[in-house]
Ligand binder design. Structure first.
Ligand code: RP5
Length: 160
């Protein structure tokens, strides 16, 4: 069994509809990953243990998705020096603007690479995690190039 290189965490099971797109993208690219529900507010000890053990367990990148008062990516980044990519999940009340601003406005010194709200952000988090790993994995770099070429080839010339 291949050990996961990317950890996908989310604040609630309800975030899975969004975060599954990060997992699907990594699967398409053949990147081993794991998925877990880790809430900054409801399961702080789980978050502490996850972030502190991540590097030793062999993870190279963490993708963290959360909505509303979305502290998960920032708190994760505070406890590990692994690259943390944040995905703002679209909230009902504020359509994800709350999630976006909570994740993107990190103080200097604790970076979170923040993606777009919702599905686009989750897909791009998967692609960005793969691109980071591809710097030291030429086979993955080729698969990523092929993925991009396939995308380019699938764009129609005219709308109808
Ligand atoms: C956040 O609260 C989660 O990331 C989720 O986006 C939001 C709502 O969670 P649930 O009430 O659906 O569990 O912590």
């Amino acid at each position: 069994m291949t050990e996961p290189l990317v950890g996908i965490i989310m604040g609630s099971k309800s975030d899975w509809e969004t975060m599954r797109h990060a997992a699907d993208t990594l699967s398409e690219l053949g990147v081993a990953h794991e998925t877990k529900v880790v809430s900054a507010h409801r399961t702080p000890k789980r978050l502490y243990d996850y972030a502190h053990s991540a590097r030793d367990r062999g993870l190279k990148v963490i993708i963290a998705g959360a909505g509303g008062a979305a502290h998960l990516p920032g708190m994760t980044a505070s406890m590990t020096s692994l690259p943390v990519l944040g995905v703002p999940v679209e909230s009902q009340a504020l359509k994800g603007m709350d999630s976006l601003l909570s994740i993107v406005q990190m103080p200097a010194g604790v970076p979170v690479g923040t993606l777009a709200i919702g599905k686009a952000g989750a897909v791009n988090a998967g692609l960005l995690a793969a691109a980071i790993l591809a710097n030291s994995d030429s086979q993955l770099a080729s698969r990523l190039e092929a993925w991009r070429e396939h995308q380019t080839g699938s764009v129609v010339e005219a709308p109808e």
